[in-house]
Design a protein around this ligand. Structure first.
Ligand code: ATP
Ligand code: MG
Length: 467
């Protein structure tokens, strides 16, 4: 019976098992399940695995003996559940086989056993929202967004490169992801997202082209670059306008030849991916100023999509996104069985009348902070919530108008403010932890919070007033 139940179709199964006959048995058992069974041929490849879709690994337990291999650490950093293939006697010895490795497959496994384990793990992944269900829905109610979604769908299934333009935080990466997910063949491959503004100097080549084993000091393993990682899928280059000219030339060459050569190697490797790039800068203007190569621009912008900002989308989208995020936070929260509390009218009016210069990301931040207030105070506490909105307004009033260089500073400030709020949120608003994470001192963090009018969900923390 269980055999006929379909597994989620975006599930990959990586098998690292040195013995070919065991791999063959595993693959044969899973043929009818119609999942992708991918063979990893050893440590190098296993280290390289960074699954972009939901995945399960099946690994021979003998790897635990390898020097430098820490199974728990591997599981944690790779985020995949593992089925360990073991010889029977070993599995029962908890000194060599810790009990937390709960999914064990004996060497003499039957197909039914293997499938049962795969189904169990797939079910767990599904419950945690990793496969088969939309964890983070894309919300679009306004006419402009619906028409953008129609366009996205229409263009998704062709192979042409796409350039997505739009202000900061409008959802460019989400649109890129939809283009990938809607594509009939690339969606089965990886989605590799790269922020071109965040590549450390001197590392462009090794990040994009990869390197051979021993190509330079510290290159202990061979490494695939982004172009190779994206093979068969989508390469998403975010902030493409930040790519310096000399790197643009190299990107252009790969787009023209569909071939890459790893550092320290002479072998050419063919790659096939769809390029989707995004920018919040005016690329045509950059081309005019000779800061962006026109040949690269035309190669990338075969299709151009512009994502409207939140003001253009209007109240309908602001309210829908706000409600959607509140629902999501409550449903993923500590008590998902509890009904989501009704949102009062005054709060919805407040959302509708606010300008979110940082667009959806900023609206999201506000929605998340408002839910924290509800969680902490047990109510939509108007005084605390008003302070959050007031902080945002006061910050926006300090921003210069949107002309010339002021505009660049304004965008930078909004992005910086959002980055800080996201980091605070991720660290439960603990300032010392946030400062450490951002690599700044607590004093600088505090000054930035003051400059950007970031007010804590609860009253300003005493520790800082005292500091
Ligand atoms: N329509 C939407 N529905 C729900 N969430 C959205 C929507 N659009 C964007 N978001 C959320 O807003 C945040 C910003 O989106 P995204 O990163 O795609 O924007 P971006 O345009 O790429 O921003 P940036 O210019 O900073 O790179 C993310 O948390 C994303 O999940
Ligand atoms: Mg982005």
């Amino acid at each position: 019976m269980i055999k006929n139940k379909p597994l989620p179709d975006n599930l990959d199964i990586y098998v690292w098992e040195g013995k070919s006959d065991i791999f063959d048995r595993i693959a044969r058992c899973l043929v009818s399940a119609e999942v992708d069974v991918i063979r990893a041929d050893g440590m190098d490849q296993l280290g390289d695995l960074s699954p972009t879709s939901a995945s399960i690994a099946i690994i021979s337990v003998t790897v635990i003996d390898r020097p430098g291999f820490n199974a728990q650490e591997w599981q944690r950093t790779h985020g995949m559940p593992v089925i360990w293939v073991a010889e029977a006697p070993r599995a029962y010895d908890s000194r060599v086989y810790p009990p937390e490795y709960s999914h064990i497959l004996m060497l003499d496994f039957t197909c039914a056993e293997l499938r049962r384990q795969v189904y169990t793990l797939a079910g767990e992944l599904q419950r945690h929202g990793h496969v088969g269900q939309e964890k983070d829905p894309f919300i679009a109610e306004s006419d402009v967004m619906r028409s953008l979604l129609r366009e996205t769908q229409a263009f998704a299934d062709c192979d042409s490169n796409v350039l997505i333009a739009g202000e900061t935080g409008v959802g460019k990466e989400r649109i890129a992801r939809l283009l990938h997910d809607y594509h009939s063949s690339y969606s089965k491959g990886p989605f590799v997202a790269v922020n071109c503004g965040a590549i450390p100097d001197g590392l462009f080549e090794s990040h994009f082209f990869g390197h051979a084993k021993g190509a330079f000091t510290g290159a202990m393993l061979a490494h695939k670059g982004y172009f190779e990682q994206a093979d068969g899928g989508t390469l998403f280059l975010d902030e493409i306008g930040d790519l310096p000219l000399y790197q643009q030339v190299k990107l252009l060459r790969v787009l023209e030849q569909n071939k890459v050569t790893r550092l320290g190697s002479t072998a050419e490797i063919s790659v096939n991916f769809r390029l989707v790039a995004a920018t919040n800068r005016n690329l045509r203007e950059l081309v005019r100023q000779d800061m962006f190569r026109s040949d690269l621009y035309y190669r990338m912008a075969v299709i151009e999509l512009r994502v409207p900002n939140l003001e253009e989308r209007g109240e309908v989208d602001k309210i829908a996104i706000f409600k959607g995020i509140i629902n999501q936070v409550f449903q993923n929260g500590v008590r998902p069985d509890q009904p989501v509390p009704e949102i009062p009218d005054w709060l919805l009016r407040q959302v509708a009348s606010t300008r979110f210069l940082g667009n959806v990301r900023e609206l999201r931040n506000i929605a998340e902070r408002v839910t924290i207030i509800h969680r902490q105070l047990g109510d939509w506490d108007r005084v605390a919530i008003d302070r959050v909105f007031m902080g945002l307004r006061e910050f926006q009033e300090t921003l210069p108008d949107s002309s010339g260089t002021d505009s660049a500073r304004r965008k930078w400030d909004i992005a910086d403010r959002n980055r800080i709020i996201e980091a605070l949120d991720a660290h439960n608003w603990r300032r010392q932890d946030t400062a450490n994470y951002l690599n700044i001192s607590r004093k600088v963090l505090w000054e930035k919070m003051r400059k950007f009018q970031i007010i804590d969900g609860d009253t300003a923390s005493k520790e800082d007033l005292e500091a």
